[in-house]
Design a protein around this ligand. Structure first.
Ligand code: SIN
Ligand code: CO
Length: 381
């Protein structure tokens, strides 16, 4: 169990999206949830997004996984870093690190990126679009963090797709030890430099961009065949100037545009659907043989747990708890079991102690559907 050694409410008030900080011994007696060997093992897998960054003699090079085992037999002593994205989707230990961060909403959370760095390894100075908590595991790294980007840092692309900036003045320049946490809001330049072989864990949060909301909303409208109407203006008058867009016509077009973006029901659906889709591949293995409701009942009553697929997004609007959005899909229940639906969205593991006093047929149906879709799974017994 990972538990913070600091007051998270106070952290939110003082630092969240305001300024970077080091939370010294944010976790006391920190134990790495994964080993360097296990991390290398993940990077051999096709579905897992990994990269290897080296910087021998200032030559930046990025190689993308999956790697084969021989790759790790020939490594230099220094100047490289292995990065595995969404390690929490594939490694239960890495997923454990998310637990203490559950005070931040699931819809903002992106993934746990795990890095193993040899001495002198790093990804160079850069700026992220993510709010990130970098937890130092084994080893020591020196981190420099500069003032927020107000357009003064020029990005260049090094090697393939490694975005870096030139230098920056550091406002934080410190060495992280195991259990220390560095929080960096989006937009603050930073650079990690490895002193001794290091494991670190980046808990990333991505706030949607206005651009992204608009473009995803347009996609949603098209996909659902909404707004398939042309401007209708039977009251149009003959006009004098061919090139003119009349104010009243602009107003009609504006009204059309606004109608879509002012439909609260539509926006709620869109936001639920959009935010419940993970950006990273999930380890969903649909059941080969469908489970029956009786099997799920027996499984729970014998004391076993149902597990949610790691990283699966399970959301609901506080105002409409009879609807859940799971992996972009909408699930509706009656008011009778809405609190169970919320519970399923909030928990990672579900057992008989979570069952209501008298579970209804609808309740068992819901659990069975979620299992048969591969969103929740049973232990292999
Ligand atoms: C790193 O650990 O060097 C990469 C993490 C980051 O800078 O966001
Ligand atoms: Co970064």
């Amino acid at each position: 169990m990972y538990q913070f050694n600091f007051n998270f409410e106070q952290f939110m008030l003082d630092y969240w999206q305001k300024k970077p900080t080091i939370l010294r011994q944010g976790f006391s007696n920190f134990d790495d949830p994964i080993s360097a060997e296990e991390l290398a093992g993940l990077s051999l897998e096709e579905e897992i997004d990994s990269r290897f960054i080296s910087n021998h003699d200032h030559n930046w090079k990025v190689e993308h996984g999956p790697f084969d085992e021989s790759f790790f037999g020939e490594l230099a002593e220094s100047h490289w870093q292995l990065v595995v994205q969404a390690a929490n989707h594939w490694h239960p230990g890495a997923a454990q690190l998310v637990e203490p961060f559950r005070r931040l909403p699931q819809w903002l959370f992106d993934d746990v990126m795990v890095c193993f760095s040899a001495p002198q390894g790093g990804v160079g100075p850069h700026i992220d679009q993510y709010d990130v908590f970098i937890i130092q595991g084994q080893g020591q790294r020196r981190w420099r963090v500069g003032p927020k980007d107000m357009g003064q840092y020029q990005e260049t692309i090094k090697a393939n797709a490694l975005k870096q900036i030139k230098s920056f003045e550091a406002e934080i320049d410190d060495v992280l030890e195991p259990g220390d946490i560095l929080y960096i809001p989006a937009g603050f330049p930073h650079e990690g430099h490895t002193l001794t072989p290091s494991l670190s864990y980046s808990i990333g949060y991505r706030s949607p961009k206005e651009q992204e909301l608009l473009s995803n909303f347009a996609d949603y409208v098209l996909a659902h065949d909404l707004g398939d109407v042309h401007l209708h203006a039977p009251d149009m008058k003959a006009q004098q100037s061919f090139g003119e867009i009349k104010q009243e016509h602009l107003a009609k077009l504006t009204t059309m545009l606004k109608a879509a973006t002012e439909d609260d029901d539509l926006l709620r659906e869109f936001v639920g659907s959009m935010l419940s889709q993970s950006r990273h591949m999930l380890n969903i293995v649909p059941e080969e043989d469908e489970s029956s409701e009786q099997e799920i009942q027996q499984y729970l009553f014998q004391g076993s747990e149902l597990h949610k697929v790691a990283g699966l997004k399970t959301l609901y609007h506080d105002t409409h708890p009879t609807v859940a959005y799971i992996n972009g899909e909408r699930f509706d229940v009656s008011e009778e079991i809405q609190s169970q639906l919320s519970l399923l969205c909030n928990l990672e593991h579900y057992n008989r102690h979570h069952l209501p006093q008298a579970p209804t047929a609808e309740h068992w149906q819901l659990l069975t559907t979620l299992v048969n879709k591969g969103y929740w799974y049973m232990d292999e017994l």
